[in-house]
Design a binder for this molecule. Structure first.
Ligand SMILES: *[C@@H]1O[C@H](CO)[C@@H](O)[C@H](O)[C@H]1NC(C)=O
Ligand SMILES: *[C@@H]1O[C@H](CO)[C@@H](O)[C@H](O)[C@H]1NC(C)=O
Length: 171
């Protein structure tokens, strides 16, 4: 009995490996078109995210942004006033993917914020709507200077204070 089953198992294994191989190569074939993308956060794409940061600082200075996850360092970028910068990544299988950013601009100081975390941005039963395209405006307001902008104009933005906590030592 066990001997007659073996060829079937091998065939099944081959079909599965081929499927997995194709899924992975399809995933990778997208890579050049959307760099920088964090494929280091896991092989199996769980959910694809697009983070967009818009510089709206009041004094119209250049906004310097440096974002990182535990696996990926996106480097320092300089966003002109009213300009945007974006990156794409996949939330990994364990749903622990997080990106934190350091923001500086002349006259604006030095601030930290989790630009993406599952509990806020990808939690179906959470306090905030899930975003696939997560658009953030920086610096419009002094009190709650970073806002996630809704896709629809009738919804209100979610505005937050900087997260200048002790965890910034991670950066
Ligand atoms: C800011 O950028 C938006 C979108 O590109 C544009 O429509 C708007 O006119 C710009 N505002 C100013 C003051 O340049
Ligand atoms: C998922 O991503 C987080 C942070 O981005 C990392 O700490 C964790 O090891 C990753 N898990 C897997 C299974 O890749």
């Amino acid at each position: 009995m066990s001997f007659t089953n073996k060829p079937n198992l091998i065939l099944l294994f081959m079909i599965f490996s081929t499927l997995i191989f194709f899924t992975l190569s399809l995933d990778l074939s997208n890579a050049p078109a959307e760099a920088p993308t964090s494929y280091g956060d896991g092989w199996l794409p769980f959910a694809k995210k697009h983070v967009i940061i818009i510089n709206k600082v009041k004094n119209k200075e250049i906004l310097n942004v440096h974002c990182k996850s535990s696996k990926t360092d996106l480097g320092m970028v300089h966003i002109p006033w009213n300009g945007t910068w974006d990156f794409r990544f996949h939330v990994n299988f364990s749903k622990t993917t997080k990106f934190h950013c350091h923001f500086t601009w002349t006259g604006g100081g030095s601030h930290y914020f989790y630009i993406f975390k599952v509990s806020r941005d990808d939690h179906v039963h959470g306090k905030f709507l899930v975003c696939k395209e997560c658009i953030w405006e920086v610096g419009r307001d002094d009190k709650n200077p970073i806002c996630r902008i809704p896709r629809s104009e009738k919804d209100k933005p979610y505005c937050f204070k900087w997260e200048d906590g002790p965890w910034k030592k991670l950066l």
